[in-house]
Design a protein around this ligand. Sequence first.
Ligand SMILES: [Ca+2]
Ligand SMILES: [Ca+2]
Ligand SMILES: [Ca+2]
Length: 407
Amino acid sequence: MAGCDVVRDDGHILLYPVGPAPLRSAPVFAMNPILLQLTRRAWPAFLIACFAALAAARAARIEAYCFSVRFQPATAASGSFELMTTASPLDAEPNGELALQGSTSPYTHGGAFKLTYQVPGLTHILYGILLIDLPLGDADNDGIPDILEVDLGVLEEPTGGTVTSEGGTGSAAATWTRPAGSRFGTCVLSVSGLRSLATPIAETYTITFEVIQYRGSFPFQRTGDAITAPVKLAQVGAAEHTLAGELAFTRVHESLLQDSAAVLTDETGAQFPLRPTGDYTRDGTWFSGVLVFDDYFTTTAKKDYRLWLGVIADAGDADGDGVPNLSDDDYQGGAVVTPPVLALARTAEGLALTVSGAAGQTVQLERATTLEPPDWEPAQTLTPAGDMETIPLEGAGERQFWRAVIR
Ligand SMILES: [Ca+2]
Ligand SMILES: [Ca+2]
Ligand SMILES: [Ca+2]
């Protein structure tokens, strides 16, 4: 497959870094006992490591990618299809979670389903398990499957899987599409081969799915080997959803950090404990590890949407030796401040200004009609929260100058 290799090896799933052979010689994430314990309980016997091989030239930032995707309930002519917390009708709650599976599974993802199927005079309700591969295409070659990256799109990627229920075993086939920049996509899922009271069950569902990604700046402070960072992460594509708190890491050496337990708070004040998982390993200016929420989807009693990929990138390199300040052995102090970035973009309506900046910054946009001398006037105040803001430009034909000032 393109980009991100999956190797199933003796009870593990390993995603190896994309890149030259030396980088591929060993898996980049080592199992630790806590993660082993967690994953054996929630995701039996598996390990995943996904490594970001390429660095982007930006100041310190953090990204979190949920390994689960969320299916919305779908209806078809015959009835409905919905993912649940369990395959038992006694305690199942709808949660939409298609979660990463263990290496004993022949498919990368899976979830419990409730399928309602109507034929004349009778309604069948089946609970069962869907196992299906997520598309793992990686067009930007950063080691992260593009389907989990909101900024990137996926176009009609097919995958296969199975369904099992009291009605036996059947097959599943999916076609995945998600436009770049949207956290919502479409999975056209065909299910066939199941039976209920001798009735063959076969249907195609058009399912809206959501990928959950957060990002923000990582304004760290280094004191010896101790790293602390007050972060405010905003959901990509839904910036009103935020997670804020202080993260702490310990520098082991220049290519290895270890995380600590933390608590993040969302925009409503709800708290989300994070469990320490151990190692964040470095490639270039990127550090990646596994982020485990005690429970991300609090609507359900079951702990779900727990396993995430955490990536911390630090392009700051005060001594120019290629080791980022975040883990350099002789660096003390803070992260490089991220300057806001202004750019022009063409839209259907005309020209627009795009502004990106770090979470927590307040950016004052100023406008001038001349620089001789400048006559800067306040135009708009933004809190970009890491996302790009687009501001339509008015005054076609006028000469305009713009600047962004951190307040
Ligand atoms: Ca990618
Ligand atoms: Ca839950
Ligand atoms: Ca350095």
